[in-house]
Design a protein around this ligand. Sequence first.
Ligand code: ADP
Ligand code: MG
Length: 287
Amino acid sequence: MTEANVAENSNAKGDDVLRIVDLHVSVNEKPILRGVNLTMRRGETHALMGPNGSGKSTLGLAIMGHPNYEITRGHIELNGVDLVELETDQRARAGIFMAFQRPVAIPGVKLADFLRHATTNVRNPDRKEGEELIAMRDFRKELRSKMEHLRMDPEFARRYVNDGFSGGEMKRAEILQLAMLAPKFAILDETDSGLDADAVRLASESIAEIGRKNMGLLIITHHDKLLEHNPPDFTHVMLGGRIVETGGVELAAELHNSGYDRIRRAYPDAEAENRAMLEQEEAQPVA
Ligand code: ADP
Ligand code: MG
């Protein structure tokens, strides 16, 4: 089945489901995820929490199809269609978006041009490279209105993607992408990292305004401020490459207030695996 079929299969937003089943992922032959199960419906907000090195970013990158993250077992299904064989751009066209913890710079490519390409491809999933883009006038109008709504300076879109951006600007650029692409499912990986409290509050408001109710949101965060305007329907705690606990908004509050000591004590095997992964990482720095 092609990505266009995947898009067609999803009619009403309530029907869209992203299902992760018994997912095992290795990086450089080293097992990181060890059986992750997670079901997200469009319209739901999920918080993914857990100590450093527990596998949160790995889960996001595996869903997105990063080539270094090898799926050794399990499935990632969008509306019943396995995404594992699809390339990253096909997954994006099928309606999945990820805001990276460390976005890459694309010197020479203006943010506006980048967004026009990405938006065209996501809206016309069957478009071939070289075929027409969304009309410039329509695109500009839409971009301007979204930027205004997000209280962004229009000049920002003329800059090269992430080139010399501050941490805060990178996160703003990701939020603008989210607004323009309007994905079915969005994974936000530490959209709060490196931001001061005011910037996190603005990011939180922006995500809510973009319409989190129209998306399935997976928010990876350490910061309770990011969840302020996006209270999670479900909170998942990852440790040692597994989701060890799932709860509601109260679980996110508990972890923010009290940290992970209770979780580490309750799941000693996962805690041992978490520690082992971190030690390996220290011995062999991650590129
Ligand atoms: P989190 O986002 O929860 O902090 P990550 O998913 O980034 O955790 O990392 C989980 C573990 O996977 C780390 O301890 C690290 O050892 C390993 N890992 C992740 N990415 C890579 C990589 N590109 N190369 C080698 N090891 C990696
Ligand atoms: Mg991470």
